[in-house]
Design a binder for this molecule. Structure first.
Ligand SMILES: Cc1ncc(COP(=O)(O)O)c(C=O)c1O
Length: 469
């Protein structure tokens, strides 16, 4: 198909995730064609440095021959094996055991899904089943964080706290609640301890309001991703885990983004010695080379479900592609690359360069905040650094930033509220970071050079460049 026909056919037939359908029809698709290492190539031949690992998932980088070989071998040998009727496959069994070996010690059992949304949805179904099976049917309410993202399944999207996922979808449900995000930049906490204390107290207050006998679980991302890369202080995750134990509610860590080296250790929970009751993962599990997610479950929850009621009755939860052997074979090779392949160590070694590059941009007139952990980070753009006032939505700054970045050969995430998200692959070199930050600085300068952006900026109207500001 010609490029023109592809764009037209996309416009006619392909529904894209989380866009305004009318805006997409007007803009047209950008067709990606190939990728190697940390570079993407579009169908017009433009080369782009990927500073977002696809959608925070290609943690290994693109074009790993060993992953392609593992997939091809498994496809030739056994491309599909159902997990139903007591069947299974070698790679899926091995990957489940590997995850249990690598994950926090509390997690002993694995249910494989196709991605993160159905991992969250599966976790919710298992939790409901668990409390019913163990004689506590009133425990139905779930609490999550404002600005949280837990995917877009029918129920999980109610735990997500982003307005687009609720509007016209009749969510959140009456059993779904949100407490404030640990958003240091937009709050006035005296110090980290005060922020942690406020989160703990907010959860305690919400549970008290609902009654602990009615509350099933607290869900959180160790670092909030799609809500704008909100990085809580070290100690926050542990404190939230401990208060859940005290309140007798399950603690669910959604590590769909933070898992697999994104924040430094293999799991963010590991970084704080946190042992959740359930953990959801996806993305870096297969580094995006094939779809797969998982729910990891504690033995107590598993045994509660297994022994609940009639032990000979089937637990009615399943997917045709649960524990898919090709995805599992890919997952096993990806785990090998993280460890024996040195990717985890490389990601940890490069994190200071990433942090330094983002922090250096705090001097830029557009940048109000820089935050990061491991290779997950963000810049928050503001019109007034003193008051932290944001830019008016009518400026459509995120669209302009994304377009300027693309022209400069760089891809990252420009969120609607003027937060720029970054998640470079764990294989990034120092030279890749040099290129990334050169292109990022030029992108910010290019947007700052637009007269209406300068006018919107407090104290620098009339300046034509970053240097002049
Ligand atoms: C924390 C978190 N949970 C769940 C999901 C949903 O995963 P998926 O898009 O694979 O369904 C995401 C996706 O970005 C996520 O970031």
């Amino acid at each position: 198909m010609s490029i023109k026909s592809l764009v037209e056919s996309d416009r006619q037939h392909l529904i894209h995730p989380v866009v305004s359908y009318r805006a997409h029809e007007a803009r047209g698709v950008t067709v990606l064609d190939s990728a190697d290492g940390v570079f993407l190539r579009d169908i017009e031949g433009n080369q782009l440095l990927d500073a977002f690992s696809g959608l925070w998932c290609v943690n290994t980088g693109y074009g790993h021959a060993s992953i392609v070989d593992a997939a091809a071998k498994q496809m030739a040998k056994l491309p599909y094996a159902t997990g139903y009727f007591h069947f299974g496959s070698e790679p899926a069994i091995e990957l489940a055991a590997k995850l249990v070996e690598l994950a926090p010690a509390s997690l002993q059992h694995v249910y494989f899904t196709l991605g993160g949304s159905d991992a969250v949805d599966s976790a919710l179904r298992f939790i409901t089943h668990y409390y019913n099976a163990t004689g506590r049917p009133s425990k139905k309410h779930c609490i999550a964080l404002q600005r949280g993202y837990h995917g877009s399944s029918s129920i999980g999207a109610g735990l997500t706290a982003l307005p687009a996922f609720h509007r016209n979808f009749d969510l959140p449900l009456a059993t779904q609640h949100h407490i404030p995000s640990p958003y240091a930049y937009r709050n006035d906490y005296a110090d980290d301890a005060a922020l942690i204390d406020a989160s703990v107290k907010a959860l305690e207050a919400k549970v008290a309001e609902l009654g602990a006998h009615n509350v099933a679980a607290f869900f959180c991302e160790p670092i909030q991703g799609s809500g704008g890369v909100i990085v809580p202080p070290v100690g926050w995750l542990k404190a939230m885990r401990e208060v859940c134990r005290k309140l007798d509610i399950l603690f669910v860590a959604d590590e769909v983004i933070t898992g697999f080296g994104r924040t430094g250790p293999l799991f963010a929970c590991e970084g704080e010695g946190v042992e959740p009751d359930l953990m959801t993962v996806a993305k870096g599990l297969t580094a995006g080379y094939a779809p797969m997610g998982a729910v990891l479950m504690s033995d107590a929850v598993y045994q509660g479900i297994a022994d609940g009621g009639d032990v000979s009755a089937a637990i009615g939860h399943g997917h045709t592609y649960s524990a898919h052997p090709v995805s599992a074979a890919i997952g096993l090779e990806v785990m090998r690359l993280y460890h024996e392949g040195g990717l985890l160590a490389n990601g940890q070694a490069r994190a200071p360069r990433f942090a330094q590059g983002l922090d250096a941009l705090l001097d830029h007139p557009l940048v109000g905040d820089a935050r990061h952990r491991g290779l997950l980070g963000a810049l928050e753009l503001v019109a007034d650094k003193d008051s932290k006032r944001g830019f008016d939505a009518s400026l459509k700054l995120p669209d302009r930033i994304a377009a300027a970045a693309y022209r400069n050969g760089l891809v990252f995430r420009a969120f609607g509220d003027n937060i720029l998200g970054f998640a470079p692959a764990l294989c990034y070199t120092e030279a890749n970071f040099d290129t990334m930050f050169e292109r990022l600085a030029k992108t910010l300068d290019d947007v700052l050079a637009q007269s209406d952006v300068r006018t919107a900026l407090k104290g620098v109207s009339g300046c034509g460049s970053r240097a002049a500001a």
